[in-house]
Design a protein around this ligand. Structure first.
Ligand SMILES: Cc1cc2nc3c(=O)[nH]c(=O)nc-3n(C[C@H](O)[C@H](O)[C@H](O)COP(=O)(O)OP(=O)(O)OC[C@H]3O[C@@H](n4cnc5c(N)ncnc54)[C@H](O)[C@@H]3O)c2cc1C
Length: 586
């Protein structure tokens, strides 16, 4: 790819706003400030923040810079594994965008579409979610990437990810939840599953996540008297033949050794095939029973970017060396979302392009800002050029590896360098101070094992492997299940009357609807007869929904009578013991 636009430039067909977006009433002119050009920056991550800051500095008086981001804060992603491990507080890994960008207009909104012909971006903001059009003179797309686990059945539904603050928080809560249950369960199989932690992908975010998670578990164990250190298993799974591909081989070997000493089983040359809520299956046929799968793989195209009809390669927007998007006037792209060549005639070699790291995104932001200002001043643009200064990865237990300016370091010194570097890189004095103090306190204080629970989504897909139990007699009822794929067998045995009931459910059929009439314990056993997928709706939500639509309520009542009407009525789920309240209409 060279500076010129590629021959095959797609016709300027804008992403059509969705019908509701067309109904937009608010029209914001290019710039509200007369004589100023409007630059819209889409995305408030590393690339967006540093580009917007520099645009404001270089274009002061001439540019009206606005940054749009889904959250009102900037996430310092390299510290997310520390948040997940409770080494720092969630709030310490984020900085309010308005504090970072004092002179830039910040808009918290979700970007829904871009109309390149009209030079406008459609966003929704606020609780009323009314679409608003934002017009631009120059547009900067820096929306990062999305996690795409579609290639691995079950991973999207059952793996935790490590991309934003909510992910880190969820992982920490989940790990502590596993320890809480493992400490009290009597079932050895369940205990083993709860105490097995699997991280998939051994790039630096996977390595740091597995190391920090191991550290959290190790430090927390003294508060869980029924869990012995040998009950815990931690795996790091990597498809390539070694971990940390961006590091020199000897540092990667050191890292593998340290992780192994730390009690982490590092499996290389093997990938994940599929996952369920109770296990992960590897490409070599091994099945690891686990309740915790963290996927740091699957960097896919950003969902909105994918719909923009732009030239994409390797799931990134192709740009020229100046970060302009070929075929789209006034549109620029950078950061993880963009494929920026580092040489004039790039080949199919990742080394010919900017890498997807914060280090690059920051430099791209600076250069892009200079190029936009140069363009508006009629000056020459400069191609983006940058050589990585190196990489650092923390390995837990106060150890790290560093490859900086060609110098290779490992162990405690590298770890101190890692901490010092990220502290200096963290934007804002207050954030630096908070993280520094927390790190100091954490070295002498016990880990924080408070579990602030976030309920799982009320509606979700659940994968099952052949033989898995969906529920069994005596379990508190949880919700309603619809079969999407596979076959599931329900058996109900009444020990008092000797009654036996059996039914197999296939795609489109459902079970668990008796939550509508009874709320207590299950009397039946449901087992997957083959690998399958269920849609689960939590009891409260299902009941509300069915009650709100009389035809649904009537359908289920009729279905229950037709299907289970012959069963002994006294064999009610938990009619004599645990009962939970059925919700009444407000
Ligand atoms: C766990 C982890 C550890 C890492 N560690 C390192 C490290 O040690 N060193 C390093 O150099 N790099 C590291 N990286 C990579 C680095 O964080 C990324 O390369 C960098 O964040 C890319 O910046 P970006 O601005 O392109 O995208 P992002 O930082 O992802 O920012 C994109 C922004 O766009 C916003 N957005 C997306 N869609 C919408 C929408 N529809 N509407 C509104 N806003 C939207 C998002 O909220 C986000 O704020 C790490 C990444 C992770 C996940």
């Amino acid at each position: 790819m060279n500076e010129k636009a590629p021959k095959k430039v797609r016709k300027s067909k804008a992403t059509k706003p969705k019908p509701e977006a067309k109904a937009s009433k608010t029209k914001t002119s290019e710039s509200k400030i007369p004589g100023k050009k409007k630059v819209l920056v889409l995305g408030g991550g590393f690339g967006g923040v540093y580009a917007a800051k520099e645009l404001e500095r270089l274009g002061r008086g001439k540019l009206d810079v606005e940054l749009v981001n889904a959250n009102n804060y900037f996430v310092f992603q390299p510290l997310l594994p520390e948040v997940a491990a409770a080494s720092i507080h969630s709030a310490d890994a984020v900085v309010p965008l308005r504090q970072l960008l004092r002179r830039v207009q910040v808009r918290q909104a979700e970007i829904m579409g871009i109309d390149f012909d009209e030079k406008k971006v459609i966003v929704v903001q606020g609780t009323r979610r009314i679409p608003v059009d934002l017009y631009y003179d120059e547009l900067v797309i820096v929306l990062g990437t999305s996690v795409d686990l579609k290639r691995f059945p079950g991973l999207s539904e059952h793996a935790l990810t490590m991309k934003d603050l909510a992910d880190a928080h969820r992982l920490r809560t989940h790990v502590i939840g596993c320890l809480e249950t493992a400490d009290v369960t009597d079932d050895p199989e369940v205990k083993r599953q709860l105490l097995t932690f699997v991280v998939v992908g051994a790039g630096f975010s996977g390595v740091e996540t597995v190391a920090e998670m191991r550290e959290l578990v190790r430090r927390a164990l003294k508060y869980y008297p029924n869990i012995k250190p040998e009950d815990v298993s931690v795996y790091l799974i990597e498809y390539a033949n070694r971990i940390l591909p961006t590091f020199p081989a000897d540092l990667a070997a050191y890292a593998t050794k340290r992780l192994t000493i730390h009690g982490i089983e590092v499996l290389t040359g093997v990938g994940t095939k599929s996952a369920t809520g109770t296990a992960v299956e590897l490409t070599d046929g091994r099945v690891i029973p686990t309740s915790t799968i963290v996927a740091t793989i699957g960097n896919g195209p950003h969902r909105l970017v994918e719909t923009l009809d732009l030239d994409m390669h390797w799931a990134r927007i192709k740009t020229d060396r100046y970060m302009r998007v070929p075929g789209r006037d006034h549109v620029w792209a950078l950061g993880d979302a963009a494929l920026i060549p580092l040489v004039d005639d790039p080949k199919e070699d990742p080394a010919d392009y900017a890498t997807q790291t914060a280090q690059f995104a920051v430099r791209e932001g600076w250069q892009l800002a200079a190029n936009i200002v140069a363009k508006l001043n009629g000056q020459e643009l400069k191609p983006f050029a940058y050589k990585s200064k190196g990489s650092l990865a923390s390995l837990g237990m106060s150890k790290a590896v560093a490859d900086v300016y060609g110098f290779k370091l490992s162990g405690t010194l590298a770890w101190l360098l890692w901490r010092g570097f990220y502290l200096s890189f963290l934007p804002g004095f207050a954030a630096k101070l908070r993280v520094g103090v927390t790190w100091l306190l954490n070295s002498v204080m016990p880990p924080n094992i408070v579990q602030v629970q976030a309920p799982p989504p009320a509606t979700r897909y659940i994968h099952y492997r052949k033989g898995d139990k969906v529920f069994e007699p005596g379990m508190l009822i949880d919700g309603f299940y619809t079969v999407i794929r596979g076959a599931f067998r329900l058996t109900i045995d009444n020990p008092e009357t000797g009654e036996h009931f059996e039914k197999v459910f296939g795609p489109g059929e459902h079970f668990g609807e008796r939550v509508l009439v009874r709320s207590a314990l299950r009397t039946g056993l449901v087992v997957a007869l083959e690998d399958g997928l269920l849609l689960f709706i939590a009891q409260k939500d299902f009941t509300r929904f069915a009650r709100a639509f009389p035809f649904l309520d009537n359908y289920f009542k009729d279905y229950i009578e037709r299907t289970f009407g012959g069963l002994d009525k006294s064999f009610a789920p938990g009619s004599t013991n645990a009962k939970t309240e059925l919700e009444t209409l407000p």
